[in-house]
Design a protein around this ligand. Structure first.
Ligand code: HEC
Length: 143
């Protein structure tokens, strides 16, 4: 369980400056992870509309800030986009199955984005997606 607060600096599994410590082993077969990150952030797409009720968005806000903000940034705003994708720009928000594949299915677990299936209760991944869509919409409106 991750607890995110506004006052405490985030402690994360990835470093903030993208430097890496490489440990070599004879006969080692592990491939280096790709650097820099290539994420669904780089895809241009139209921000979708969400018709989720406000209670769902609020639940998504709480679940996001409790579980995801420590890496992806408070209120959906990533302060280190090179390491942690700013989810307001992630085309994964478009399709629930694509979102769930990462958030619940661990599709990107080799890149330090583990599954949150054990942390989230039913519907929370979808509520977070609705919240991120609403954050993307307001970010777009402010530009
Ligand atoms: C320990 C840090 C950490 C936490 C906590 C975390 N993530 Fe991630 N997340 C990452 C990293 C690192 C990536 C980039 C993975 C890659 O390069 O493929 C990522 C990628 C993603 C992506 C794919 C973005 C894209 O455009 O490719 C989604 C969606 C995502 N995270 C959602 C979430 C959600 C929702 C939560 C909370 C339930 C969460 N993450 C919590 C580290 C984290």
């Amino acid at each position: 369980m991750y607890i995110a607060t506004k006052t405490k600096a985030a402690t994360t599994t990835a470093s903030s400056n993208n430097s890496r410590l490489l440990v070599y082993r004879i006969d080692g077969e592990v491939q280096l992870p790709r650097v820099p990150l290539e994420t669904s952030n780089e895809i241009d797409f139209m921000i979708p509309q969400t018709d989720a009720p406000i209670e769902v968005i609020v639940a998504g806000d709480l679940a996001y800030n409790r579980n995801c903000a420590v890496c992806h940034g408070m209120d959906g705003i990533s302060l280190r986009r090179d390491t942690y994708p700013d989810l307001r720009h992630s085309s994964r928000m478009l399709i629930a199955a694509s979102w769930d594949s990462v958030v619940l299915g661990g599709e990107l677990q080799d890149n330090a984005m583990v599954s949150f299936a054990d942390q989230l209760v039913d519907g929370e991944a979808e509520a977070i997606r609705a919240y991120i869509i609403s954050r993307a919409e307001s970010n777009f409106a402010e530009q």
